[in-house]
Design a protein around this ligand. Sequence first.
Ligand SMILES: *Cc1c(COP(=O)(O)O)cnc(C)c1O
Length: 396
Amino acid sequence: MNLSGGPQFLCTPGPTTVPDEVLRAMHRPALDIYAGELVETTNQCLERLKAIFKTQGRTYIYISNGHGAWEAALSNTLSRGDKVLVLESGRFALLWAEMAEQIGIEIEVLKGDWRRAVDVMAVEKRLREDHRGTIKAVLVVQVDTASAVVNDIPGIRKAMDRAGSRALYMVDAIASLATMPFEMDEWGVDVAVAATQKGLMMTPGLGLVASGPRAWEAHKAAGLRTTYWDWTFRDGPLHYQKYCGTPPVHLIVGLARALDLILEQTLETIFGRHRALASAVHAAVEAWSIGGVIGFNVEHPAERAPSVTTILMNGRDPEAIRKLCHEQCNVILGHGVGELARTSFRIAHMGHTNAPMILATLATTEAAFRALDVPCGKGIDAATAAIARALRSTSA
Ligand SMILES: *Cc1c(COP(=O)(O)O)cnc(C)c1O
């Protein structure tokens, strides 16, 4: 039996579903890259990104994915031999650290547990020991997309301040920007990175970086700068410098439309929707766990991300569930990553998604559990009740 006609449900934590309006905006001939509409669209995107990162700083758009944005953040602010403290809470900060190491930066990992958020007190303790200020930057992710942990970004800043640290604070907001609050300036973040294919509802292809005054200061002396990533070059007067070469015309046009849609909906509305949809997914997992097989990766409810949920399948094969959902129902769930590769799968609830998409995804996943005799409680009932609660609170 194959039940997979109709539209595809892409529930991976990147890439995510792109609105038809965004795709349509991109379906047009290339534009003049030296003057006119495209130059204005670039400037508009750079301004709107400031509104989304919540910063008065500078924003940069790279033709890259999130990995490129990582390299831009590092190479613009650090020098060979500098040391960074990397806060582990899953796979992604470690990948950023591996990249730093390859370009000659010394890394120290503050060990973390993949089932818990970064321990803010442990950060403070480590930085207090750094009397001579050898740690030049602290690297952390807001949401780790492997573990589905959300970290306390303002709390870590306060810990840095209490310890008297002068390190730059660099935050990966790739899986969280435009899904939950991010206040770059208010929280004292010096460099923030993102990419277009997650909460920002665009196709993959653009890496985004925002930088503040302390990062520009560090930039002046940074020894790892190369032309492609270099902020100074990109701040130059000519439009092509913004991209260090031919601008990615269609991606810029698409990004402009996506940012319009986000700001029209308002960030607060979008955050509320992500909270409600996450609560439906969490309610389903809670109910499924009654069967003794399924469970949350993140133990504490407050540390569960609003954009993605990692679901453990104790002793059962998550790939069998993913395969059934994909091949027979056209629902594409995320696979487990890193040390959770064989024991988990993930449901993304970020970006251009809504209650029917999430309820359908959860119901299909539950049908797959039942079809494969995975014991589970009534997740879909619990998810429906969570959505009903959200509806009641918005109509009250
Ligand atoms: C997806 C993701 C990345 C990597 O982004 P790419 O676009 O795949 O290079 C980095 N960090 C986080 C938190 C992510 O979710």
